[in-house]
Write a protein that binds this ligand. Structure first.
Ligand code: ADP
Length: 496
């Protein structure tokens, strides 16, 4: 299919989906919201921070490559490594000392909503979804301020024994402290000198310091858990993210199994009267292999209906599931990678017993769909196209404050390279007999028990912002699919 034909599909999908968003009764979104404190570093500031700690101490720690930030030296070591290589990194810190040190010695330029669940909740509310029920286990006063002020965005609470849904600002827990992640951005060309060694930053990128204080639990109070059936009445699906916060061991002696079980119980309860309810889990990079595997095999498998990931995350997931070679091929830079991506998606779909695997990369998105999913291939294709429009909007104007904003994304042209990659995957799949060229272009339903939908995406040449695009893709594809599911499941008595 030529690029102009894809553009036509984009317009049609956009029209159909934007018109039907009002048909969605609601979406439940949990768990991770935080505040992102963003600071763009200049040379003077970097010099000042290095000066406070001393170059030799930092250099020593650079060779140790700290995987967790325990003190300012660890922080500066990871910053130097990230700047030297021009590579983005995310490193956890388990107390709030670093936050205080950064506040005292640096400060931030601006702050915004962060965390996959927080970003997706605000996006859905801004798109006008009727009933967005967001849930943050650590809803502090400060955190509540970062949710959009919109009557369709509400957080559950129990008041006088009854479930209430109110704006987060009305139901926060005043005893809780905010979870603040720092995003330290740096620019290409910045000169950094430390202990006589100087380098120039090769590209714009960022170091994220992800705050994981001990009180951060992926959890739900019993009284709220008991009342989940009432929440279930008003929703057609759930978007779940943030499981990467689960730790292997906690100071009180509990282990990850306890929180994994609780996470599964929430999903089971949401699906209790409607086993077909769509439950999407948004994946992310998780360094700890035990937790990565537990999320996939204990939470996602059998319980979730769909999983969203980017290319690197596909490789990471395949790796812990025992497909090291395939994982390696996914990360290769040649045309084999797009083929490995398809094969990896098949493994994820089958091994994790999913209905949909959504993979986004720069240039194309793939949905692999099981035979029992209620939406046809055209519906899945529309969903991916809509997701791409949201991504392009986010990249080009840096925000999506209303459905009107998304017209910007529709204007962005389809990316040539993504269109070419599609060609190489098509050639391979036709050769392997998975589907014919025609089928491939309109979404291919094959004899192996699953369908494959792949679309070239709209890519913004000089993006204004790159944060939260992955979340916009997953949330966009999810709600677009919900508009296509007409059978909303049986009515469920409130008390079950
Ligand atoms: P994040 O979670 O920070 O958003 P992800 O890796 O999950 O990061 O998602 C990034 C995705 O955003 C890429 O896979 C790509 O599809 C999309 N993307 C990145 N840059 C652009 C751009 N300039 N225009 C359109 N889409 C983009």
């Amino acid at each position: 299919m030529e690029i102009q034909d894809w553009e036509k599909h984009y317009e049609d999908a956009y029209m159909i989906i934007t018109r039907s968003l009002k048909d969605i009764r609601g979406v439940f979104v949990a768990y991770n919201s935080n505040i992102d404190a963003i600071k763009r570093l200049n040379e003077d500031e970097i010099r000042k921070l290095i000066g406070i700690l001393g170059c030799s101490t930092i250099q020593e720690q650079v060779t140790q490559y700290p995987r967790e930030i325990k003190d300012p030296v660890d922080l500066m070591a990871r910053l130097v490594i990230s700047m030297r290589d021009g590579k983005a990194a995310e490193v956890p810190t388990y107390n709030t000392d670093i936050h205080e040190w950064l506040m005292d010695n640096l400060g931030f330029d601006r702050a915004r909503m962060g965390g996959q669940a927080g970003i997706m909740s605000n996006l859905l509310a801004n798109l006008g979804i009727q009933n967005v029920i967001t849930y943050v286990p650590w809803l502090s006063k400060e955190q509540a301020e970062y949710f959009v002020d919109s009557p369709n965005l509400r957080h559950p609470a129990v008041e006088g024994g009854n479930l209430v849904l109110k704006h987060p600002k009305e139901v926060y827990d005043h005893q809780l402290k905010p979870k603040v992640n720092w995003i330290l951005e740096y620019s290409k060309g910045t000169n950094v000198c430390c202990a006589g060694e100087c380098f120039t930053v090769p590209r714009d990128n960022r170091l994220i310091i992800s705050s994981r204080p001990d009180w951060l639990h992926i959890d739900m109070s019993n009284e709220l858990y008991e009342r989940l059936p009432q929440i279930r009445q008003g929703i057609d699906g759930a978007l779940l993210a943030g499981y990467q916060m689960i730790k292997e061991e906690y100071d009180d002696g509990t282990t990850y199994s306890y929180y994994v079980e609780k996470a599964v119980n929430v999903i089971t309860r949401l699906k209790q009267c409607n086993p077909r309810m769509q439950i999407h889990v948004e994946f992310t990079s998780i360094q700890n292999r035990v937790i990565r595997k537990a999320i996939l095999t204990d939470i996602v498998k059998k319980h979730a209906t769909s999983l969203g990931l980017d290319t690197v995350e596909v490789a990471n997931a395949l790796n812990v599931l025992g497909y090291e070679e395939l994982a390696f091929a996914v990360m290769s830079k040649d045309e084999k990678s797009v083929v490995a991506l398809y094969e990896g998606a098949v493994r994820l779909l089958k091994d994790l017993q999913l209905q949909v695997v959504n993979i986004h990369s720069l240039g194309h998105y793939i949905s692999l769909v099981s035979r029992d999913h209620p939406v046809d291939v055209e519906g899945h294709r529309d969903a991916l196209l809509f997701a791409s429009i949201l991504a392009a909007t986010q990249a080009s104007i840096g925000h999506i404050n209303s459905i009107d904003d998304t017209k910007e994304g529709l204007e962005v042209p389809v990316y040539d390279k993504g269109h070419e990659d599609l060609g190489s995957l098509a050639t391979y799949l036709v050769r392997k007999g998975v589907c014919s060229m025609d089928e491939f272009e309109s979404g291919c339903i094959n004899a192996m028990g699953h369908s494959l939908v792949i679309v070239p995406t709209k890519v913004v040449d000089k993006p204004t912002g790159t944060v939260g695009i992955g979340d916009a893709i997953s949330a966009g594809a999810f709600i677009a699919l919900l508009t296509k599911i007409k059978d909303k499941g049986e009515k469920c008595p409130e008390h079950t």
